[in-house]
Design a binder for this molecule. Sequence first.
Ligand SMILES: *Cc1c(COP(=O)(O)O)cnc(C)c1O
Length: 349
Amino acid sequence: MIDLRSDTVTKPSPAMRDAMARADVGDDIYGEDPTVNRLQEVGAALVGKRAALFVPSGTLGNQLSVRAQAEPGREVIVEGQSHIIRYEQGAAAALAGVQLHWICGKQGLITAEQVQAAIRPKDPYSIQTALICLENTHNAGGGTIYPLATIQAIRTMANAHGIPMHLDGARLFNAVVASGVSAAEYARHFETVTFCLSKGLGAPAGALIATDDPDVMQRLRRFRRMYGGAMRQSGILAAAGLYALEHHRARLSEDHANAKRLATRLQQIPAVTIDPSLVETNILFFDVHSTKFSIPAFVAALKQEGVLINAVGGSTCRAVTHLDVSAEDIEQAADHVAHVLNDEAGASH
Ligand SMILES: *Cc1c(COP(=O)(O)O)cnc(C)c1O
């Protein structure tokens, strides 16, 4: 199977499993797991923050960041197609008791002007804005990268109003590798930054939340326990995260090249609509217009040929490249799409 549904499907390599098996562990709730401690130090340093906290998932990283920085009854500004809005089961409302104020972005990216207009006035009637969240790269926007200048402009706005910022950097290192902007350069504009170890970096689970603020860190720790995300001998998982950070960051550029190549191949198939210039990292969306197939039937037919992709609504499909798909797999996947859509012209061999 060539699995292009998500970069979450990656499995730990033998070398990563070896690192996990050899990990020194202890009880992390006592702060005694040396491997977790090392991962937190390495992760914090990578994004230029003083400290980081290991959590089981990126979703928990976002939710603890919201909970720690926004009181119930406050408002949190997010983009309308963000992970926090779409894919976290309403946790910000259900668990943090905040109201999400969403702004419609372009390919998931919002501007300082939009944020400015969304910040509530300080008067006795208006709900108060407590936090601004950005997502880089933006998943539903198509793996789009925030221009640093946009982040800086939003930060200036946030400073003027004294509002903290959170970065959902689930795929922050995809943005780093593709843009050449360092993780620390992105992260310095945010009070809290989360990034996933389990996406393209290839660890089986885990994410880090990084911050400079000891009070925020204390709250993150308290709420991690409250939310059930504090673990014991989690050094086994942290070892996978350390291995991922050490060995799988630079190679993300291969995933980006594969995504570009797939987009270029798909563009040659008449029944497919895609703009390869919109493919900035490892996520691509494309539309299929087939008289022969509905989208679910197209996805099922591709599966028959050994290629997995996601239907995401309407005529749109999503493919994601990652460390378990090779350049050769990409050529084959494109051949299968062309074959399924019965267009031999699209197949190169
Ligand atoms: C995957 C992802 C997360 C975290 O998801 P988990 O499934 O909890 O690891 C958060 N934000 C974005 C943008 C993501 O793509």
